[in-house]
Design a protein around this ligand. Structure first.
Ligand code: PRX
Length: 635
C-alpha cells in the first residue's frame, strides 16, 4: 500500500499509527515511491535530539528541481506551472507552463554559473512577487547555491544584516516593486545595504517598474540581456540529502536574526507530502497561496510543495485592497482557483469591509480554503467559512513555523472534521506533546501547556546558519530531548490542538513573526532613548499590535512627544521595516524589573492590554512602585 495519500479518517489513523510505530518504514516508502533520486539513502534517519543533530535520507543524492520540474515534462510539459497575476488586474496574467519554467530556470541557472556562483555559495534574493523571484529560487536550487530570500519590505539595514550573516556573494533584485499603486525603490535599498556588505561582488537586476536607478560598474548587471544569451540546457547539480537548500531568516530573542537552514531531501519529501494531503490537491486544480515568497509559507506552498506535485500555482504581485477590496475574489473567479490559502489578518481586514465585495462573486470554483500564520479567531473563521467557502469548503487551519519547513498540525481536507479555531490533529510523523512549567508532560486534556514535538520529521530545520549552539539552545534546551516550538496550545477532549499563541518574546503582528529584541535594539539607538520594552497587545485586524514602553535619557528636554514617537517609529522602519512599527508608545520613568535585572514583561503585557486586575506575584520586583505609576499614566 502507498502512504503518500490519505483518503479517509480511518486511513489517517492507520497511517498515523504506522508513522509513529515505524517512522523509518513509513518515510522510506513515501520517499522511494514518489521522487526521483540519483542515489537512494543508506539510512532513513539518524538523530540525536539532545545535540540537535538530525539527518534524513543519509547519503542519498538528489536535486529538488529535477523533482519540481524535469520529471513532469514528458507527460505534463504543457501544463501551467505558474500563473502570474500582476498587481494591476488590467495587465495580462502570464501562464508559465512546466516546459517554459524549465527553460527559464535553466537559463537563469546558466547565468548564475557564468557569474561565478557555485554549489554552496549563498545568493540573496530581494525581489517583488514577479516570475523572476520563483525562477531565481529554483535556479539556485538547480546549481546547488543556497538561496536566502529576504522579504522585499525589509529595510536596508535589515537586508545588510542578513547578507552579512551568511556572507552572500550575490544579490538578485529589481529596479523596483509595486505595493498597490505605490512604487518601492528596491535597487536603492540594495545600494544602501551593500555599502555595509563586503562579501557581495555581483548584483543582478530584473526590470519591473522602469524606475530610474544607478548601476554600479563592475558590480551591477541587468538580468534580461544575460538571460537572452544563455542556453536553456543546464545539468542539475547532484546534491547530498543534507546539503543546505536555503536559509530563511526569522526573529529571535536577541537582536540578531536567526538564519534557519533547511536541507534538500527531507524538506522536499515533507513539503510534497503535506501539500498533497492537507489540501487534497488533484490534477488540474489551481492553488493560490497569497503569502510572499519571502516567508516560509511562500517557499513551501507557493513554490516547492505545489511544483513537486506538478500543480498549478498562482503567483500574485498585488495586495488584497487594490484596486478594490474585491481583488482576492475577483482573482479567484478569473483563474478558477480551487484552493485558496491566506492569513487571518487578511481575512479580518476584508471581513471589516462591505459584504458586497465578496458576495458579488459566486466563488464556485473553490474546493478548499486554508489559514496560516496566527491563530484564527472564531468570528474570522466563520466569516471565511460562510462567505468565501460557502460552507462547502473545508477550512484547513494549518499550524507550523519557519523552523518546521512544512505544516505539522492541520485538518486534512475532506478527511478531518474541522472545528473553528482548532488546528486539529497532527499530521502523520508528528508527535506533539504539551509540557507544564515543571517540564512534565501534560497527560490530561483541556489544559494549556508549552507545545513541543518529541520526534523529528523530515522537514525540520537542521541548524541556524553559523551558530549550531544557538539552534540547540533555542529549540532543544527548554525541554531536553524535545523540539520546543515557542507556542502554547490546548488539547481538547478528542485530542484536537488549539494554538493559543507565543509563550516567548515573539509577537505575531499581521501574521509576521516579530521578535521584540531587535525592535528594542533599534529604538535604543535613538539618541533620546535610554531603554525600552516592547510587548504585544490584541488588535482587531492585525491579531496583535506592538506597544512600546520607552524611558528617555533626560526627560523634559525632549519637548514634543508626538514628534519623538514619530522619530522612534522611523528608527524602527529604517532598521527593520515598516511592519515592525509601534501602534502605541508610552514614555515611562522606569520599567518593572526583577532583582536580577530582567524586565517583567508579563506585567507590561497586562498593562498594554488594559487588564489591571491581577498582576500576579510582584514581590520579586526591585521597583514595585513603578507598576502603579505606569498603570496610572496609561489611564
Ligand atoms: O505562533 C505560531 C504562529 O506563527 C508562528 C510561526 O511563524 P513563522 O515562522 O513566521 O511561520 C508562519 C507561517 C508558517 C508559530 O509559532 N502560527 C502559524 N500558524 C498558525 C499559528 N498560530 C496559530 N494557528 C496557526 N494556524
Amino acid at each position: 500500500m502507498s502512504y503518500f495519500k490519505i483518503n479517509t479518517l480511518e486511513e489517517y489513523f492507520k497511517h498515523y499509527k504506522k508513522s509513529i510505530r515505524e517512522p523509518k518504514k513509513f518515510w522510506n516508502k513515501i520517499a522511494s515511491e514518489n521522487f526521483v533520486w540519483y542515489q537512494e539513502w543508506e539510512k532513513v534517519i539518524d538523530f540525536n535530539m539532545s545535540q540537535a543533530d538530525i539527518k534524513w535520507f543519509v547519503n542519498a543524492k538528489v536535486n529538488i528541481t529535477k523533482n519540481c520540474i524535469d520529471r513532469h515534462l514528458a507527460k505534463n510539459g504543457t501544463r501551467t506551472a505558474i500563473i502570474f497575476e500582476p498587481k494591476d488586474p488590467n495587465e495580462s496574467a502570464l501562464h508559465i507552463s512546466y516546459n517554459e519554467l524549465s527553460e527559464r530556470v535553466n537559463k537563469m541557472a546558466n547565468v548564475l554559473q557564468s557569474q561565478g556562483i557555485q554549489k554552496g555559495d549563498r545568493v540573496c534574493i530581494y525581489l517583488p512577487m514577479i516570475p523572476e523571484l520563483a525562477v531565481a529560487v529554483l535556479a539556485c536550487a538547480r546549481i546547488g547555491a543556497i538561496h536566502s530570500v529576504v522579504f522585499a519590505g525589509f529595510s536596508d539595514s535589515a537586508v545588510a544584516a542578513r547578507i552579512n550573516d551568511s556572507e552572500c556573494k550575490m544579490v538578485i533584485t529589481s529596479d523596483g516593486g509595486y505595493r498597490g499603486n505605490k512604487t518601492i525603490d528596491l535597487k536603492g535599498i540594495i545600494d544602501e545595504a551593500l555599502k555595509k556588505c563586503p562579501s557581495v561582488t555581483k548584483v543582478l537586476v530584473a526590470k519591473r517598474t522602469n524606475t530610474q536607478i544607478t548601476m554600479q560598474e563592475g558590480r551591477d548587471l541587468w538580468l534580461q540581456p544575460l538571460l537572452d544569451k544563455a542556453s536553456d540546457n543546464n545539468v542539475a547539480e547532484i546534491m547530498d540529502a543534507e546539503d543546505p537548500l536555503f536559509i530563511l531568516y526569522t526573529s529571535g530573542s536577541t537582536g540578531k536574526p536567526k538564519g534557519m537552514v533547511h536541507t534538500t531531501a527531507g524538506y522536499m519529501v515533507y513539503t510534497a507530502y503535506t501539500f498533497k494531503n492537507v489540501f487534497n490537491y488533484q490534477d488540474n486544480d489551481v492553488f493560490w497561496c497569497t503569502a510572499d515568497i519571502g516567508w516560509i509559507t511562500g517557499h513551501s506552498y507557493i513554490l516547492y510543495g505545489p511544483l513537486l506535485n506538478g500543480a498549478t500555482t498562482v503567483l500574485f504581485e498585488g495586495i488584497p485592497s487594490y484596486p478594490t477590496f474585491s481583488r482576492f475574489w475577483e482573482t479567484i473567479e478569473k483563474h478558477r482557483v480551487t484552493h485558496f490559502y491566506t492569513a487571518p489578518t487578511a481575512i479580518r481586514a476584508l471581513a471589516k469591509e462591505k459584504l458586497e465585495y465578496v458576495q458579488k462573486y459566486p466563488l464556485a470554483s473553490l474546493k478548499v480554503i486554508g489559514s496560516v500564520g496566527e491563530p484564527i479567531n472564531e468570528e474570522a473563521w466563520h466569516w471565511y467559512n460562510d462567505h468565501v467557502g460557502g460552507k462547502r469548503c473545508p477550512v484547513v487551519d494549518t499550524w507550523w513555523q519557519t523552523e518546521t519547513g512544512g505544516i505539522l498540525i492541520s485538518p486534512i481536507a475532506f478527511v478531518t472534521p474541522t472545528k473553528p479555531t482548532y488546528a486539529s490533529l497532527p499530521l502523520p510523523g508528528i508527535q506533539p506533546v504539551l509540557m507544564d512549567d515543571k517540564r512534565n508532560e501534560i497527560e490530561d486534556n483541556q489544559i494549556t501547556g508549552s507545545l513541543c514535538i518529541k520526534f523529528p520529521w523530515p522537514g525540520i530545520a537542521r541548524t541556524i546558519w553559523g551558530d549550531h549552539q544557538r539552534y540547540k539552545e533555542t529549540y532543544f534546551s527548554a525541554f531536553p530531548g524535545k523540539y520546543f516550538t515557542g507556542d502554547g496550545a490546548l488539547r481538547d477532549e478528542v485530542g484536537y490542538y488549539r494554538i493559543t499563541g507565543r509563550v516567548d518574546d515573539v509577537v505575531i503582528v499581521s501574521g509576521h513573526n516579530l521578535g521584540t529584541a531587535p525592535i528594542e535594539d533599534a529604538i535604543n539607538e535613538h539618541p533620546a532613548v535610554a531603554e525600552s520594552a516592547i510587548v504585544g497587545f490584541p488588535h482587531d485586524i492585525k491579531g496583535n499590535a506592538l506597544y512600546g514602553f520607552v524611558i528617555l535619557k533626560e526627560t523634559g528636554e525632549y519637548r514634543d512627544r508626538d514628534n519623538l514617537s514619530k522619530e522612534i517609529n522611523q528608527y524602527i522602519s529604517d532598521h527593520i521595516g515598516p511592519i515592525a512599527k509601534l501602534d502605541k508608545i508610552q514614555f515611562v520613568s522606569g520599567l518593572p524589573k526583577t532583582r536580577s535585572g530582567k524586565i517583567m514583561r508579563r506585567i507590561l503585557r497586562k498593562i498594554a492590554e488594559g487588564d489591571f486586575s491581577n498582576f500576579g506575584d510582584t514581590t520579586t520586583l526591585l521597583n514595585p512602585e513603578i507598576v502603579d505609576e505606569i498603570k496610572n499614566e496609561k489611564l
